[in-house]
Design a protein around this ligand. Structure first.
Ligand SMILES: Cc1ncc(COP(=O)(O)O)c(C=O)c1O
Length: 451
C-alpha cells in the first residue's frame, strides 16, 4: 500500500522529526517524553485520550513572537485554545489576548487578564455581549457589520466609550483549504473594501459619538507560510487608510494584520519563523506607507496556531488493528484509537494532515503504512490519514499525534457522548491537569430528562 508520494518510511522509527514536536519532546528507549515526563507513566495517571501541553514550548513560542514583533502588539488568538492557565501564561509572556465569544471573555477575565489588553472578535456579537465587553473595559472591539455599529452606538448613548477596529476583507485568498481562507469576498467576515462598505463603516464609526476608531483589521486566512498574502492585504488596507486620511482628514493610529501563521503538521510543511515574517511584514508596511505618504500605524498581529499548535500532542491508546484488503490487492492497516473526531475534527473538517508515532515502546518491526481512525460512528472519523507505524502495532500501544494544540480541544465535541479529554500541562518533570476530563455527570447535568 502506498501513501502520498511525499510520505516515506522512517529510517529510525524511534527518532522524532523535531519540527513536528514541542521543544522538550524526545524518545527514550522508544518511550515518548515531554516536559521531562514519560508519557506512558503520565497517562497511567490521567488515562487516554489526553492532550499533553508543553508549557515551556508554549511560553517559548509566545516569547519568540513578542520579541520578533517587538514594535507590534501581539494578541494571542484564544480561539486556538484557551484556558485559565494559558491566559495567565499569555499575560506573563507580555502578549495581549483575542477572544471571540462571551465565554472566551469570561475565561480571560477569570484568569485576571487585563481587560484593556483584550480584543473582542466575532461576526455576530449581540447587544448584550457588546455591552458586557464595553463595560468590562475591553481594549478593542473588532466590528464586523453595520448592525454591530448600530448596537455599539446605542451602548455609547448610555455614556460608555467603545474603542473599535473595523474588520475589512482585503480580497486576498490565502493558499489554504477553502474554509480557512477568510479574505476573499464571498464569505461572512468583514466589510468589503472593493464594494465601498469598508469606507462607509469607517465614516459611520467616526460620526458616532462614544466610538473611538483605532484602525482597520484584516485577517487573510490560516496556515500561511510566507508573507506574500500579507503583502497584498497590507497594500489594499493601507490604500484604504490613505483614502480615509485624504477624504475624511483622519489618521488611523493602528492596523491589525490578523493571524494565520502556519505550522508544520507533516514533514511537507515548512513555515517561516516569526523573526523572518516580522522583518518582511514591517518592510512591506514601511514601504507602502512611504509610497502613500501616510504615517505608519502601530501594527498588531493575532497568532494562535503558531503559538499553541506545536506545544500540544494528543496521546491515544490503540484499541484494534485491522488489515483491510483494497481493490488491486493492496492492504491498508487501520489502527483504531480511543478518541477521534470528537477531540480532533480537523482531519474530517479540513482534510488536514497529521503524523503520529508509537509512544510507549520501541519496535524493530518493519514499518507498515497505517491509517489511524477514531471510535466514532462515522466513516470519516480519521485522525491521521497516512503514517508509517511499526508492523507489530497492537492493542494497548500508545500513539501520540503532534501539533494538536490549535483547534482540537477548542473544537472538541461530545459526539457519541464522548467525554472531552483533559489538557495536562507538563514542565520540568511535573504534570498539572489544567482542564480536567469531562465526566458522564458533566454530560448528564444538561440533560433535563423527560419531565
Ligand atoms: C480574526 C482572526 N485572528 C486570528 C486568528 C488566528 O489564526 P491562527 O490560529 O491561524 O493564527 C483567526 C483564526 O481564525 C482569526 O479569525
Amino acid at each position: 500500500m502506498r501513501g502520498p508520494a511525499w510520505l516515506t518510511a522512517p529510517e529510525d522509527p524511534d527518532a522524532l522529526v523535531p519540527h513536528l514536536w514541542s521543544q522538550t519532546a524526545r524518545k527514550v528507549d522508544g518511550e515518548l517524553h515531554v516536559g521531562g515526563l514519560a508519557l506512558p507513566e503520565l497517562v497511567a495517571e490521567v488515562n487516554t485520550p489526553a492532550y499533553v501541553l508543553d508549557e515551556e514550548d508554549f511560553r517559548a513560542r509566545a516569547c519568540a513572537f513578542r520579541e520578533a514583533f517587538s514594535s507590534y502588539d501581539v494578541f494571542y488568538a484564544g480561539k486556538a485554545f484557551l484556558s485559565i492557565a494559558v491566559a495567565r501564561w499569555v499575560a506573563e509572556e507580555g502578549l495581549s489576548l483575542d477572544v471571540c465569544s462571551n465565554s472566551e471573555l469570561t475565561v480571560a477575565l477569570r484568569a485576571g487578564f487585563e481587560p484593556a489588553r483584550i480584543g473582542y472578535h466575532g461576526n455576530n456579537k449581540t447587544l448584550i455581549e457588546l455591552r458586557r465587553a464595553v463595560e468590562a473595559g475591553v481594549g478593542r472591539i473588532v466590528v464586523d457589520s453595520f448592525d454591530e455599529i448600530e448596537r455599539l452606538e446605542s451602548i455609547a448613548a448610555a455614556g460608555l466609550t467603545a474603542r473599535v477596529m473595523i474588520r475589512v476583507t482585503a480580497g486576498v485568498e490565502a493558499h489554504t483549504h477553502e474554509y480557512i481562507a477568510t479574505a476573499h469576498e464571498d464569505q461572512k467576515f468583514g466589510f468589503s473594501i472593493t464594494s465601498g462598505d469598508a469606507f462607509e463603516a469607517v465614516r459611520r464609526v467616526l460620526a458616532a459619538p462614544g466610538l473611538e476608531l483605532l484602525g482597520l483589521h484584516s485577517h487573510i486566512g490560516s496556515q500561511i507560510f510566507d508573507s506574500s498574502g500579507f503583502e497584498v492585504a497590507a497594500r489594499r488596507v493601507l490604500a484604504l487608510q490613505a483614502r480615509i486620511s485624504e477624504e475624511l482628514a483622519v489618521t488611523l493610529p493602528e492596523m491589525d494584520l490578523g493571524g494565520g501563521f502556519g505550522i508544520a503538521y507533516t514533514t511537507q510543511d515548512d513555515p517561516a519563523d516569526p523573526a523572518q515574517l516580522a522583518t518582511e511584514m514591517s518592510k512591506i508596511v514601511e514601504h507602502e506607507c512611504r509610497a502613500l505618504g501616510i504615517p505608519e500605524p502601530r501594527l498588531s498581529i493575532e497568532p494562535g496556531r503558531a503559538i499553541v499548535g506545536p506545544a500540544m500532542c494528543t496521546v491515544y491508546t490503540v484499541g484494534t488493528v485491522k488489515r483491510v484488503q483494497l481493490d488491486g490487492g493492496a492492504v491498508r492497516t487501520y489502527v483504531s484509537v480511543d478518541g477521534g473526531m470528537s477531540d480532533n475534527i480537523r482531519t474530517a473538517l479540513y482534510d488536514a494532515d497529521y503524523s503520529c508515532t508509537l509512544a510507549s515502546r520501541g519496535s524493530d518491526a518493519a514499518p507498515v503504512l497505517a491509517r489511524v481512525v477514531g471510535k466514532h460512528c462515522e466513516a470519516g472519523d480519521i485522525v491521521v490519514k497516512d503514517e508509517f507505524l511499526p508492523g507489530d502495532v497492537r492493542p494497548g500501544d500508545l500513539l501520540a499525534v503532534p501539533g494538536t494544540g490549535a483547534y482540537c480541544r477548542s473544537m472538541a465535541s461530545n459526539y457519541n457522548h464522548a467525554l472531552r479529554p483533559p489538557v495536562v500541562a507538563v514542565r520540568d518533570g511535573v504534570a498539572r491537569v489544567v482542564v480536567r476530563r469531562e465526566t458522564e455527570d458533566d454530560l448528564l447535568a444538561t440533560d433535563m430528562g423527560d419531565q
